[in-house]
Design a protein around this ligand. Structure first.
Ligand code: HEM
Length: 410
């Protein structure tokens, strides 16, 4: 119950009103107690100092994802403008557009980025996994992020687009610089801007080359994508390529890291999976629910909207707390327990919902399943060295910059 000061009373004790600061390092260490209080005490939360509102309950978050007329993506989907800072002026992707512009681009891109094309990648993902996993496992102790999880997603994106093998390491280096994080925190130095420009320059040349001579890759497919005579311009293809790097790279790296971390925290459960790699998809799915790598997306209210009896004026930032929705006890039994094997696939909010539902969800799952299945086939046990882990500090991305592990190989 709320008292007149906004504090909450439980019996006779006055409890401070819940404070939610998405920039707070202590919050990053463990956001889930704050989310629980938000859901219980302030399902529509307002932080006038930082300047945002937030929805934390599963039902509200899912509903908000579908409410594209009242909640707009056009001002970006991040709380922190710095998340786009260096490249906002370089590229406008459909992630940050509303329909009908968003839908036109998404449909055209979907002509090339098909489930079939993604599905055909599994053999290559396996080869790439082995390329990084084999030397790491031979060493026995290694940083899972530096050696495997941080390399694989960008290489898979390069594979899709048709980037030749010898160029991929450089593109990985540039993509890392694009989300430049000093001490795990995104800052916006010149190096990040320069890397964005170099990456765009590379993709631009590649598009021009494919325009002259098509191959079997996604870049060529995007050049040929057509709906009723409408085609993508080179600039629109470029924007999509850049979107994949920004939306599909770091999130997948962090998913792979979070899976290993929580598996390490639950050795009994993970022992069952390592002994039966067919259960890896359950491990991935529970990681996506329990500690997802994309925690928060933002919208801007296009009109006055009402939630829980309060009006949010037009033009305000509204955060959708995905990580909180995934821990809502109204939807998930024992929501704060990590339970590999629970059936939550159609309920998790991890990939968003509605018209902006993650275009790469299938690819992210495929990548994690292939890489971790191989890990499970080759490893009979592992421990995470908690003294060496480093967390990334971000208002959206959740996961590790470093995750040292020690493995026992079969
Ligand atoms: C959109 C999460 C991997 C491409 C989204 C959204 C979320 C999300 C929550 C919705 C954003 C919003 O509603 O504003 C994730 C997570 C991933 C992942 C957690 C990995 C674990 C990928 C991959 C790709 C990708 C691998 C492609 C290579 C996209 C694109 C959109 C998107 C293109 C925009 C869709 C639209 O606006 O219509 N993702 N994503 N994502 N994601 Fe992912």
């Amino acid at each position: 119950m709320l008292d007149s000061t906004g504090g909450t009373t439980r019996g006779e004790t006055l409890i401070d009103p819940v404070v939610f600061n998405p920039y707070d390092y202590a919050f990053h260490e463990d956001p889930y107690p704050t989310y629980a209080r938000l859901r219980a005490e302030a399902p529509l939360y307002h932080n006038p100092e930082i300047g945002f509102w937030a929805l934390s309950r599963h039902a509200d978050v899912q509903e908000a994802f579908k409410d594209n007329t009242r909640l707009s993506s056009a001002n970006g989907v991040s709380l922190d403008p710095a998340a786009y800072g260096p490249h906002a002026h370089l590229v406008m992707s459909f992630l940050a557009m509303d329909d009908p512009r968003h839908m036109r681009l998404r449909q055209l891109v979907s002509r090339g980025f098909t489930p079939r094309r993604v599905g055909e990648l599994d053999g290559r993902i396996l080869e790439l996994t082995r390329q990084y996993l084999d030397p790491a496992l031979a060493a026995g102790e290694f940083d899972w992020i530096a050696e495997v999880a941080g390399k694989l997603p960008m290489d898979v994106i390069s594979e899709l687009m048709g980037v030749p093998g010898p160029d991929r390491a450089e593109l990985r280096r540039l993509a890392d610089l694009v989300v430049h994080r000093e001490d795990g925190v995104l800052d916006v130095p010149q190096a990040s801007v320069a890397a964005s420009i170099s990456l765009m320059g590379y993709y631009k040349d590649m598009i021009e080359q494919r325009r002259r001579s098509r191959t079997e890759d996604l870049t060529s497919a995007l050049l040929d994508a057509e709906i009723d005579g409408d085609k993508l311009s080179d600039q629109e293809i470029l924007a999509f390529m850049f979107l994949m790097v920004v939306a599909g790279n770091e999130t997948t790296t962090k998913l792979l890291g979070n899976a290993l971390y929580w598996g390490g925290r639950h050795p009994d459960q993970v022992a069952g999976v390592l002994g039966d790699p067919d259960r890896v998809p359950d491990w991935v799915e529970e990681t996506l629910r329990f500690d997802t790598s994309s925690q928060i997306v933002a919208r801007t209210t296009a009109v006055d909207v009402e939630y829980h009896g309060r009006t949010v004026p037009a033009g305000e930032k509204m955060l959708l707390l995905i990580g909180s929705a995934n821990r809502d006890g109204e939807v998930f039994e024992d929501a704060d327990e990590f339970q590999i094997g629970r059936d939550s696939t159609n309920k998790i909010a991890s990939f968003g919902g509605g018209v902006h539902f993650c275009l790469g969800a299938h690819l992210a799952r495929l990548e994690a399943n292939v890489a971790l299945t191989e890990f499970a086939r080759l490893v009979r046990g592992y421990e995470v060295d908690e003294s060496g882990i480093e967390r990334v500090h971000s208002t959206n991305v959740r996961g590790f910059a470093a995750l040292p592990v020690k493995v026992q190989v079969r």
